[in-house]
Design a protein around this ligand. Structure first.
Ligand SMILES: [Zn+2]
Ligand SMILES: [Zn+2]
Length: 242
């Protein structure tokens, strides 16, 4: 029963992430002209592990999750230590993030916490997933093949030779990127109903676990293409988010 519960919970998360990654193509994040006029769709707490503004990781004690009432982002206290009048709430003062504060009030905020240049890992998971060759949850096993790290894996369309790994589907920064060029993709026999495959290249070895056989096959195909340096998308694979 426990195993079934866990499995159901997993596919629930899976569904949540899938549906959550769809609508932002059209309406998330909200258009700036809509800020404050309409109640935003709140990004769900469990879809982010870091502040969507300053990118510092959340934890239960010193950095907790808050929602900006204008854009709906999940942000830390420091990044949402601002109040602005929101039209949709009868112009009452509401907690907003720094960016929305500047936009809504026209006040300047002196410190600029965001770097001028976005690094390679600085692309948000949702944004990248919306235009991806392939994206889904996967598990990356430890070197000893025992423990592992579940995360949101993406090969972006505009960076199709690199695999980005996010802790959660709405995180604003990937914690790992793996350039795929030159790797061999290896199928592994199914063990304990786990769908395993590997990326191997002179001494480097990554072992992945997919939720389904079909997902594993699609990932293997996508990674093999990246490993060969194929940059144009396979027609049916465009936007094939799972
Ligand atoms: Zn923050
Ligand atoms: Zn905001």
């Amino acid at each position: 029963q426990d195993a079934i519960d866990r499995k159901e919970k997993r596919s629930e998360t899976f569904k949540t992430a899938t549906t959550a990654s769809q609508p932002q193509r059209c309406c998330f994040p909200p258009q700036t002209e809509e800020l404050g006029r309409r109640a935003p769709q709140w990004v769900r707490d469990n879809l982010v592990t870091m502040c969507m503004r300053c990118k510092e990781p959340f934890n239960a004690i010193v950095r907790r999750r808050h929602h900006c009432r204008a854009c709906g982002y999940v942000v830390c206290a420091r990044c949402s230590d601002y109040k602005a009048e929101l039209q949709y709430d009868g112009n009452r003062l509401n907690r907003v993030c720094q960016e929305c504060y500047v936009f809504l009030t026209g006040h300047m905020v002196l410190e600029d916490r965001e770097g001028k240049h976005k690094g390679i890992l600085e692309k948000g998971a949702a944004e990248v997933s919306g235009r991806s060759v392939m994206c889904s949850f996967l598990q990356l096993l430890d070197k000893n093949g025992k423990g592992g790290m579940r995360g949101w894996f993406v090969i972006p369309q505009d960076d199709p030779l690199v695999l980005y790994i996010y802790a959660a589907p709405q995180d604003v920064r990937a914690h790992t990127s793996i350039p795929l060029l030159g790797y061999r993709v290896k199928d592994l026999p199914q063990g304990h109903s786990r769908h395993l495959f590997q990326l191997a290249q002179s001494g480097q070895l990554y072992t992945f676990v997919a939720d389904t056989k079909e997902l594993k096959q699609r990932w293997m195909r996508a990674m093999a293409r990246s490993a060969e340096g194929v940059t144009h998308p396979e027609e049916e694979d465009v936007d094939s988010c799972e």
